[in-house]
Design a protein around this ligand. Sequence first.
Ligand code: PEP
Ligand code: MN
Length: 343
Amino acid sequence: MIVAMKSDATEREVYEVVKRISSYGLNALDLPGGERHAIGIASAIPPDLRETLAEVVGSMDGVDHVTHVSRKYKLASREFRSADTIVCVKGVNIGGKDVVVAAGPCAIESKEQLNAAAKAVKAAGGRILRGGAFKPRTSPYAFQGLGLEGLKMLRAAGEKYGLVTVTELVDQHDLEVVAEHVDIIQIGARNMQNYPLLTAVGKSGRPVVLKRGPSATIDEWLLAAEYVLAQGNGNVILCERGVHPLDREHTRYTLDLSAVPVVKAISHLPVIVDPSHACGNWKYVPAMSKAAIAAGADGLLIEVHPDPSEALCDGPQSLKLEGFKTLMGEMKLVAGAVGRGMV
Ligand code: PEP
Ligand code: MN
């Protein structure tokens, strides 16, 4: 259930509504919106209480109307919030008119490697620097990331080149140190349904990039987002990165671009696309990046490396810095063609 407050509702009236809902043992979330406050009831409402509650709350001062949300996910739904959510990180808006590009190496390998990538990302017009510090790989013997040293390098590069930073968090125990060094926390595809991790990130209030699990349906993905939102953290950015393919001969996963307009229709959350992990081959990254923008994506997450042939992780899918620059120019044209800008 969602309680939409009148645009001139006072703080006191909002407080009273939250208090009344809580008195029924329900979890009321105060969600300040652009024009007005909304209050969401995240917990399940017993069926016999539903009508009474809607009547009681509907007649309170400052309340405009009460709506029942029929979908399994509540806070992530368009019914809950009709306007697009814009996640603002250090002045960079994700989910607004402009398409935002995040790029960088799969794994942070050295200061030199990361800075070379950061410099190129910034020069080409990217706003966010990506880089993995914790890299649990398919094989336990493969490079596992630089950990804290990597986080320090990412923070330094972000500050040096004026870029927002994003890195993947894989273990709840590292949440504090990641939040201390990096602006946006990424939840990887393999952890999309790691509910304790999602809850912890939700509690942290930090912006989150939530990747879609390769086997997850769109509803499961939105329910994973709900875990973060239910903690009062509205800064969720969804990321489509490919689902399990029919065969792996030509691409690593299958980029589900139809998920972009679908999610934009049923949810208010921003959606970005990672063509690198989906394709698994740098050659196909430009085509899918442009297609993602045409499909309505709010941003891209692209792997770039100064020397992909020497990369310790995901070299075959990483664009060279020159290739990234060329792609940025092409993407700007596509963004313009669909009425978007690129910052
Ligand atoms: C990554 O972004 O480096 C990554 C591991 O992605 P995914 O979780 O989508 O596989
Ligand atoms: Mn990678």
